[in-house]
Every structure is written in structure tokens, then in C-alpha cells.
Write a protein that binds this ligand. Structure first.
Ligand code: AMP
Length: 123
């Protein structure tokens, strides 16, 4: 499958500084910021700075340095947001079935309350 990246998506605009964000962490290859509509007391979005549509695109096309940086950033956020003790959830929605709204890879890091079962039954 050919991945087509839309550089007008909202996270691309955030990365270019065209839209403000509430930054939690910035590294060489990764930006993490608070979700504008938080679903939990902690709801941080972690995005690579490179133009990757979704997780499998990133996993196949990103450099080792990008993947290490991104993964380490998630670990740092779990620590700095105090999620290690109480637990947390990391989600990445992709494509239609995953109901991905923004076509730039992002991990949702959620915590700070009980999060319930992972999936609701399909309606
Ligand atoms: P998804 O359905 O996985 O693509 O989730 C997209 C997420 O991006 C949602 O949780 C939105 O609340 C969040 N979001 C959209 N625009 C912004 C923004 N400007 N700043 C922070 N979060 C945003």
C-alpha cells in the first residue's frame, strides 16, 4: 500500500508552528502535547515530526533514530505525567476501522483515572 501524507492536516500545522499547542515534551524527532478534548485527566498526544500517516507507516518507513526517539519519548511522558504507578493506556487509531480523525501518526497516552475495558462492543 502507498501511504499518502496530507501536509494540511492539523498536526502538520502544529509542527510548522501555524497552530498553537500545549507542549509536554519536544525532542529531535518527536512532539508531545495535550489533547484539546481530553478524555482523561492525562491525555497526551505523541507524534513523530516526520510525515507518517499511521503507526504501520512509521514502523515500516521511519529511521531507527526516529523510532527510538519516539519510543523513549512515550516512556518519559509516562514518567513525567505520573502514570507508572496507577497505570495508563496507549492507543493509536488508524484508518477507517480505527476511526482515525487526524492523518498524522499519533499515540494517545491516557491515564489519571480508571479507563474501563479496552473496547466497547461494536454497535
Ligand atoms: P484520532 O481520532 O485518533 O485521530 O484523534 C485525534 C485527536 O486529536 C482527538 O482526540 C482530538 O481531540 C485531537 N485534536 C484535534 N485537534 C487538536 C489540536 N489542535 N490540539 C490538540 N489536540 C487536537
Amino acid at each position: 500500500m502507498a501511504y499518502v501524507y496530507d501536509d494540511q492536516n492539523i498536526f502538520a500545522k502544529i509542527l510548522r508552528g501555524e497552530i498553537p499547542n500545549d507542549t509536554v515534551l519536544e525532542t529531535e524527532h518527536t512532539l508531545a502535547f495535550r489533547d484539546i478534548q481530553p478524555q482523561a485527566p492525562v491525555h497526551v498526544l505523541v507524534i513523530p515530526k516526520g510525515p507518517y500517516v499511521c503507526y504501520d507507516h512509521f514502523a515500516q518507513a521511519a529511521s531507527d533514530a526516529e523510532i527510538v526517539d519516539f519510543t523513549r519519548a512515550v516512556g518519559q511522558i509516562c514518567k513525567s505525567e505520573g502514570l507508572q504507578e496507577g497505570g495508563y493506556r496507549v492507543i493509536s487509531n488508524a484508518g477507517d476501522a480505527g476511526v482515525q480523525e487526524v492523518p498524522h501518526l499519533h499515540l494517545h497516552v491516557l491515564g489519571g483515572r480508571g479507563l474501563g475495558r479496552m473496547l466497547q462492543p461494536a454497535s
